[in-house]
Design a protein around this ligand. Sequence first.
Ligand code: NAP
Length: 310
Amino acid sequence: MSIHVKLGKSDLYVNPIGLGTNAVGGHNLYPNLDEEVGKEVVRTALTHGMNFLDTAFIYGPKRSEELIGEVIQEMGNRQEAVIATKAAHKFVDNKVVFDNSPTFLKQSVEDSLLRLKTDYIDLFYIHYPDEHTPKYEAVGALKELKDEGKIRAIGVSNFSLEQLKEANKDGYVDVFQGEYNLLNRSAEKEIFPYTIENQISFIPYFPLASGLLAGKYTKDMVFNDLRAKKPHFQGEAFIRNLEKVEQLRPIAEAKNAEVAHVVLAWYLAQAGIDAIIPGAKKPEQVLSNLKTLDVQLTEDEIVRIGEIFQ
Ligand code: NAP
């Protein structure tokens, strides 16, 4: 029996546990990343049936896509992988601006194809909205690329509901990617009703709240990367969040599972979420996250977990 699920109304079929790769060559996000370990993370994922890879131009920048391209070429299994990438970030005078113009998006797809060493991208997202481009025009450019066979599905990320509606005016959006986890559930009210009604798959990012929800951090931990500035990691809030995470431990232990698996299984139990893309810094984390597929939560547990993180 295939464990693969279909993403929204696209024709992409993925293992519901995907791989977030912002720590694969994402030197601008995490200091001291070892690229060989990053490549091994990708290899491990593909070897164990985790076929859905989530990358972006800005992870590195460029290096995440390049390393994935190297691994895919080396393994010779392009057709088994479902590669999602994103663009919108543009460097102007060393500053980042967002660009959703058709010209920029079309060039971005060409550049990603080269870095990924492939002739098609399975899912291409507009990573962030810009201020100027009508969103249906931006998506219209991606539809042209889809018709040409350069991309197979269209996604948008970090759009407001209004921007998403404008982007999907012609019904072309297949996937929405937005921040969603047990500590930030605003998408439930803001985005889910629209994505569910329009058969748009919602892919949550930061599903483990950058590791906080994995159940292994302690109060005295100090972070020197992008987590240092995140509200969930600050002072009293950090301690309160850890206390909530601890309440998941008995549920996990009763299932012979880890807290991270219970958290990830909870997302897959939500209507409108077909797949998740937890990030991994080590191959062991890839193998661990795949164990989520063995965790069945009861209705009572789903409700209880929701209440802990109300
Ligand atoms: P995340 O999935 O919430 O957390 C990933 C981190 O959790 C890992 O780097 C690792 O950190 C820890 N971890 C993972 N598996 C674990 C396990 N089994 N046990 C214990 N710890 C584990 O955060 P994320 O990677 O930033 O986000 C997921 C993906 O979403 C990204 O990789 C990226 O592809 C995508 N994303 C998209 C956007 C967007 O704007 N569209 C924004 C952010 C992210 P430690 O080893 O350091 O603890």
